[in-house]
Design a protein around this ligand. Structure first.
Ligand code: SF4
Ligand code: SF4
Length: 371
């Protein structure tokens, strides 16, 4: 029978920086939270993610005896500076669709377990961070993120991957508490631009910029446009301001070549003008929460980010895109963005848009002209 030490060694050989073990007992605290806050999480079920089922590992593997957690540092190398202000870092080297990185290592680990007579499952819906906390691998931040107690200078730039297995291993000592220093005056709660963080370890996911960028319905409400800033897909603000992450943010990291290669395709100007083919070939394989039916949301987010950049260099691109795109949510946001950037060229364009605008778009054009 394979031992814990064998497993730890294998995980390290595969590039995982920390390994923990916990029981396959149900995550009762998570089930309780999901029940109490069912309104905030209803969208997950509607989207096919059954978080309730994930609170009992035996729903996933009836013979479950333990959970092995492998810690991946997703921000091990430096991401391109031109991407970081617009995209959450966890999406900049995400191989869940391309399966050419982490997925290969997860598969290799599962094969190793199988060769040693251990069945495993790596479900999406299990509370991976909670499993890592129960395995004693780190603590939580008031921003609801998980902070490693060993790797990446004890930061939150980690992705715990939980393997439900049918073998019994001695569990680690849980560290489920909040590990924030007393002197931090809740920097994350204060910095959250949309008020998604409503208290320590209390988030309304529906107000989180990450959620809004990929699942927000319709034209982004006026009061959220400025707070959403430059984010096009995801948001790292509550991690960027956290003093627990400062040591890793100050580290000299070698560049992430894989992310650097795709960076040109994620240039906001290219995203603003992209067609379905470009989206499906260049964008979707890396950031897949929105389908090609939702290209309008990508473009709306890009237009809003351009507006918030206040960069006049984007004005000609926004004007061009207004003529290219018939979607009123995109055109409405372009009008808003031109109003936000301001200047003579933007104003002249907005005046010209009146002739071809109606309804919501006309409202946005008039509002932009009144700024
Ligand atoms: S990711 Fe952004 S919007 Fe979401 S909780 Fe953190 S700071 Fe707030
Ligand atoms: S910003 Fe402060 S309160 Fe928030 S997670 Fe970091 S240390 Fe904790």
């Amino acid at each position: 029978m394979v031992t814990k030490d064998d497993i730890i060694q294998k995980a390290h050989d595969l590039g995982f920086e920390d390994v923990g073990f916990t029981s396959a007992d149900p995550f009762d605290s998570q089930r309780k939270i999901l029940a109490e806050r069912h309104r905030e999480y209803a969208w997950t079920k509607a989207g096919g993610l059954d978080l309730d089922a994930g609170t009992d590992p035996k729903n996933i593997l009836p013979e479950a005896r333990s959970i092995i957690v492998l810690m991946e540092v997703y921000f091990r190398k430096a991401f391109p500076r031109r991407m970081e202000p617009f995209f959450g870092r966890c999406y900049l080297d995400d191989d869940r669709m391309t399966k050419d990185g982490l997925a290969i290592r997860i598969k290799a680990f599962r094969s190793y377990l199988m060769e040693n007579g251990i069945a495993s499952k790596v479900p999406f819906n299990i509370p991976h961070r909670l499993a890592a906390g129960r395995a004693g691998m780190g603590t939580f931040g008031k921003n609801c993120l998980f902070y490693s107690n060993k790797v990446a200078r004890k930061s939150s730039w980690v992705l715990p991957v939980a393997f439900v297995v049918d073998a019994e291993f001695e569990p680690g000592v849980p560290t489920l508490e909040v590990g924030c220093p007393d002197w931090c005056r809740n920097a994350c709660l204060t910095a959250c631009p949309t008020g998604a963080l409503q208290g320590p370890r209390k988030i309304d996911p529906r107000r989180c910029i990450s959620f809004l960028t990929y699942f927000g319905r319709g034209l982004t409400p006026l009061e959220l446009r400025e707070p959403m800033g430059l984010w096009i897909y995801g948001c790292d603000r509550c991690q960027n301001v956290c003093p627990r992450n400062a040591p890793w943010l100050s580290a000299a990291l070698e560049p992430n070549e894989k992310a650097a290669e795709k960076a040109p395709y994620f240039d906001p100007v290219k995203l603003l003008h992209m067609d379905r083919k470009y989206f499906e070939e260049r964008i979707w394989p890396h950031m897949f929460y929105m389908s090609s039916e939702d290209i309008w949301r990508w473009k709306m987010n890009v237009a809003r980010a351009m507006g918030n950049s206040t960069d006049e260099g984007y004005v000609p691109e926004l004007i061009l895109a207004f003529g290219e795109d018939g979607d009123e949510r995109v055109r409405g946001m372009i009008a808003w963005a031109l109003g936000r950037i301001g200047g003579r060229a933007a104003r002249k364009a907005l005046e010209g848009f009146r002739a071809s605008s109606a309804g919501v778009v006309m409202e946005e054009v008039e509002r932009a002209l009144s700024v």
